[in-house]
Design a protein around this ligand. Sequence first.
Ligand code: PEP
Ligand code: MG
Length: 552
Amino acid sequence: MELSGIGVGRGLAVGAVLRMPDPLPEPAAGQHGGDAAAEYATVKAALAAVSAELGDRAVRAGGDAQAVLEAASMMASDPSLDDDIKARIEAGTTGERAVFEAIAAFQDILIGMGGYLAERAADLGDVSQRIVARLRGVAAPGVPESDTPFVLVAQDLAPADTALLDLDKVLCLITRDGGPTSHTAILARSKSIPAIVGVGRALELVDGDVVVADAASGTITVNPSAQIIAQTRERIAQRAAIAHAPITPGALADGTPIPLLANLGSPAEAADAVALGAEGVGLFRTEFLFLGATRAPTVAEQQAQYVQLLQHFSGKKVVVRALDAGADKPLSFLTNSHEENPALGLRGLRALRASEQILRDQLVALANAQAETDAELWVMAPMVADAAETDYFVSIGRELGLETVGVMAEVPSLALVAEQVAQVADFLSIGTNDLTQYTLAADRMLGSVASYQDPWHPAVLRLVKMLGDAGARFGIPVGICGEAAADPQLAVVLVGLGATSLSMTPAALADVRAELLTVTLGQAKAKAALALLARTAVEARAVATATESITA
Ligand code: PEP
Ligand code: MG
């Protein structure tokens, strides 16, 4: 039997399944005995206990998990949730049901907001389960214990589960729910655990089933033959050897340099990226400074963060992206109107243009930071549609003292007029995540159309080629900073299409470095030429990765 889902990363695993216990059944609708005050007091005690337990887990977990668990702990002690539960109990509903309904209402609001917030709704579901379990006097559903390593299979994983996972024991995560940006996927990526999410038939797996999980292809082979198990173990050993190979600057087999850069979301991630051999930063996402804030950070506040980042990359290139608000990253002070299709709305440079002072402050903070360090700062705008928008961003950047100003290619229109853009911008950086979403007209947050979100699609590759050709003709660099650069075989094709640098999550650097060393520029171009002629993403991948393609 073979199951499929959305693979996270490139990892491989072979091992026996352990299932996470199923969630508690929904509390039945019903009325309590009449003593609302006593019913509420019991619930109030359960809320406090769950909040305290999650707070305690937060401290024990530390790291990234701490903030997530603290947020869950705060949800359990949220006064408006408490008020809602109390009102439902006073209207006669049982405590269990009141908790369930009040939290479900809260979840609906988050789901209605879409994107990142919708995915946080799962965290609330976990809080609800913990409170109901406590009211029933049963154990809260959680990660099973085992003395031997296992493949964890679950409907979904909540932060409270993942935070305390024993990472030495978990070989792979498989979940029925969740998309590429779900909590499970984020955790798996940051810890380099293979994961496959959104596996519709995951719950057909039972304890003890042996599986081979291949995140690169998103497939799970159940009870495979001894030969497949042996081959998989060999591939796992090869991957481990790659991970320990010497760190050298990114280059092809013929010596053509292809700098390998890191995608970072905060200065705190810089040290690890340097340790993994990042030769600079190809995408620094600045949203962390703004998300969750009720006002824009000041120039001084921003400057301090940018200096912290740049100090890690003395003499190296650091590409910072101007704030990319809107769509899955709503910001109350910038994008506050309701939009039916936020991905097609006032986002990225469009939103900054509508609030130009925020853009100017950010660029001033960056120019000041540049003056304080000796990193090579490049600045780019997200969601740029054409050469006129490029003119706008480049001229403000220059006016405010920035030396190297470029744009991201994420909207197909920009690729179609790439030659015009390349005459204005200092560099191009291709955001393949959004470029794929807009080329295939498939919302990248939506699981039901996830199969369209494949940057191997020849239509996307053709746009990349237009951008690469324009960069070569006008002598400007063309980087890749979307997830596509982290797929080693696609990275080769992107180089063949004209990419001059690749930027990715630091965990992917070793695999990409190793793959680039296997081909010359001529061979990469030959693979790219084959992929461009394919009719589907699957076909493009197949022709470009076939061994005979490299003799072309
Ligand atoms: C992209 O769209 O490819 C990109 C790198 O930007 P983000 O994923 O932050 O939208
Ligand atoms: Mg983008």
